[in-house]
Design a protein. Sequence first.
Length: 72
Amino acid sequence: MKAAFVAGALTLAAVMGLSGCAGMSQRDQNTAVGAGVGAVGGAILTGGSPIGTVGGAAVGGVIGNQVGRDRR
């Protein structure tokens, strides 16, 4: 039950935070979305652990930042 609550709260926070993404570049938006998804995933996988949530957000943010990057 606790993990479901944490995941729901994080998802709500991510959705509310992303509503301010209108002036952001596509790469910035990808980073924010990746961090939000990573935070939720980390929270779910670790049972709501703060370290797992922050770690998931960090990994998700890096992956989101690299999505669509020019590969020259």
